[in-house]
Design a protein around this ligand. Structure first.
Ligand SMILES: NC(=O)c1ccc[n+]([C@@H]2O[C@H](COP(=O)([O-])OP(=O)(O)OC[C@H]3O[C@@H](n4cnc5c(N)ncnc54)[C@H](OP(=O)(O)O)[C@@H]3O)[C@@H](O)[C@H]2O)c1
Length: 242
């Protein structure tokens, strides 16, 4: 059976945390590659708007659209997915990129710190997938891209809640992939598990800091993953500085 394909120029992407860092690099590469619409969503409206303006100016078209929401709020998360689908007709690529760490050791971990990290990094992603899935199924097309981490494969003493959240995101992604396989849905699931990514030194001719990779490698890897045949399962994309 041939699975439905769709050119990037017809696709609508939703990137959480798309106003800064890795999410911004993802938004830039998709917009410059001609995606029909790229919605970048997080809490800070001013940051999102500035990023959208800059990326739109760079590609000479109104492709990047800001949307303010808090991923820790279920109603706002549902509203984001429904709003993108209503405004643009589809959610073809969902990038679960919003994330943060609260550096509390195993002995010092707090309820507030744990909740903040788990709710932002994994519960919100699960909510967004749940809301976006019916639109992907309706279109018979979708890609879910999760930004986990090297800390989703290895534990580090200074950030136990972050590691737990990034391991959890990978476990959730496996269940989602199995669900798509069992139901026959044309939905692929990719996970990024990067080591350190320099999100401060991002200029084309700028060297990343020692031990980190330039953020453009995340953007290139995203385009590569999305370009693969629909039948191909690419599980985890592990990128590290050597
Ligand atoms: N940089 C690295 O070395 C590295 C390595 C491995 C994995 N990662 C992962 O990559 C992803 C992006 O990180 P980054 O390095 O690009 O850092 P970043 O610039 O701080 O990006 C994190 C994004 O998450 C958003 N966010 C945080 N809380 C949110 C909330 N409650 N609701 C909605 N959005 C929220 C932030 O936007 P607002 O503040 O506007 O909400 C921000 O745009 C994260 O998941 C991170 O764990 C990063």
């Amino acid at each position: 059976m041939t699975l439905r394909n769709k050119p990037l120029t017809e696709q609508v992407a939703l990137i959480t945390g798309g106003g800064t860092g890795i999410g911004r690099a993802f938004a830039g590469v998709l917009a410059e590659s001609g995606a029909r619409a790229v919605v970048i969503a997080s809490r800070r409206e001013d940051v999102l708007k500035a990023t959208a303006d800059e990326l739109n100016a760079r590609c000479g078209a109104e492709r990047v659209h800001p949307y303010a929401f808090d991923i820790r709020d279920l109603a706002q998360t549902d509203a984001l997915a429904h709003s993108v689908a209503q405004r643009f007709g589809a959610i073809d690529v969902l990038v679960n990129n919003s994330g943060l760490a609260v550096p509390e050791s195993v002995e010092a971990i707090t309820e507030a710190g744990w909740d903040k990290v788990l709710e932002t990094n994994v519960r919100g992603a699960m909510w967004l997938v749940r809301a976006a899935l019916p639109y992907m199924i309706r279109e018979d097309f979708g890609d879910v891209v999760n930004v986990s981490s090297q800390a989703g494969k290895n534990g580090y003493a200074d950030v136990p809640s972050y590691c737990a959240s990034k391991f959890a995101l990978l476990g959730y992604a496996e269940s989602l992939r199995d669900h798509a396989r069992k139901t026959g849905a044309n939905i692929r699931v990719f996970n990024f598990c990067p080591g350190l990514v320099d999100v401060d030194h991002t200029g084309a001719d700028v060297e990343p800091r020692a031990g980190a990779i330039h953020v453009r490698n995340m953007a290139r890897a995203l385009l590569f993953a999305l370009s693969l045949d629909r039948e191909v399962v690419l599980e985890d994309i592990n990128l590290y500085a050597r």
